[in-house]
Design a binder for this molecule. Sequence first.
Ligand SMILES: C[S@@+](CC[C@H](N)C(=O)[O-])C[C@H]1O[C@@H](n2cnc3c(N)ncnc32)[C@H](O)[C@@H]1O
Length: 466
Amino acid sequence: MRRQIPQFEIDIDSLGQKGVGIGTNDEGRVVHVRGGPPGSRVIAQVFDRKKGTWFARRVGLVRPPSPAATPKCVVFGACGGCQLQEMPLESQRAAKVAWAANAVAAGRPTPTPHPVRGAPSDYGYRNRLELTFGNRRWLVDADMAAGLPMLGNFLGFHAPTRFDRIVDVERCEIASERVNLLLAAVRRVALAPDAPPAWDTRAHKGFWRFLGLREGTATNELMVILYTSSDGPEEAVEAVANELLAVDLGDAKLVGVVWKADDGHADVARGEVRRVWGRPWFYECLGDTTFRLSPESFFQTSTKGAEVLVETIGEALGRGGTLVDLYCGTGTIGLSLASRYSRVVGVEEVEAAVVDARANAADNSVNATFIVSRVEDVLASITEVEGPRRLCVDPPRAGLHPRVAKALAEAHAERLVYVACNPESLGRDRVVLEAGGWRMTDLWVVDLFPQTGHVEVVARFDKDQT
Ligand SMILES: C[S@@+](CC[C@H](N)C(=O)[O-])C[C@H]1O[C@@H](n2cnc3c(N)ncnc32)[C@H](O)[C@@H]1O
């Protein structure tokens, strides 16, 4: 007989990494609970233990947080993407600030963060969705009770920790209404009973693989990317494209449908372009800057939130001299703030992103140089940029490479601004920066992604003049 994993009740006191709730159980043990919103009491079941900390999932709700909000999403809990929907926006933001400020401080003297800033909308803000087709659906208890089949054609998000199960999603509440109209159009045709089969991740066969939906929030331009294997008829894709192009999007326009095919086993949306209806790029604006984006170009996934973030970074950086934009992606930060500096130098390891950044610099008549390289490999050329310069770093979640942190610690510059999507990485890297004479002098928390556990932190560093 299988041993029952014990369950216990626990009060959730605060927020942690990736939106997990943190509480202390009756024996004084710290427990990280997936799906436990701060302020609630939940029934938790442990699935892992590390260094004295327990990691658990919520299996029941004893008391919701107060005040509470009603989740908009019908697959809330199963999807795992927007865990904070049971909290009103103000409570979500208060919990994010408390977590972020504590993680950044890491026990050192730290400026009090400015009042939290954020995306103006709590739902409907996301400008990009990537959904997965699959032939096995994730069933919650109610689905099983209703006798829903597990096998078929489905389209949605991977169930947490299950590579082979799809949480079937009819709409995504953090995306806009027009993105949801396009999603519905794809579902009508690609999931119809006579449509080719969805990809089977275990057998590595099937036709429909991924769906990309992208939107220029400020330009009203949309793009759809259909990813399939090569094992299916072109007419099936054409039928989806025709359905999409017939959707009434009001003021907005679907400017391109791109079909890509790939037979590789990796669970990654990619492929050779097979056919394009319309054009394979769309435009988006951030403030006064226009960005031309191709199907895989990176762009901040909340345009309105990104405007708030970029304004905050500009405020932190101050004006004048050369702006050195490290981990620049498609140049969002440097290009948007370019009018405040004599020149922009960006470094990014993904070549396609740099190609976009250069094109966007030319389109916007910006004096910018973008270098394709890992930041850690071009440190000398960065720290030796002539004249006064301001440094901006926006690294991935893991934070700075140790060589980069050390070089920045020793660099002479007017100012250094660290943009962190993982406040814990900033809490670690600041120790190295401060050993080189930098001091954290200002701190902002920006909530780009309401309902999710994500948060951005902007920290300004100035060098001791002694
Ligand atoms: C958090 S994103 C920032 C993107 C950009 N600043 C923006 O706002 O759009 C981090 C970027 O760093 C790039 N990256 C990751 N590791 C890198 C490295 N070692 N050197 C250079 N770029 C890197 C990633 O490809 C990604 O574009």
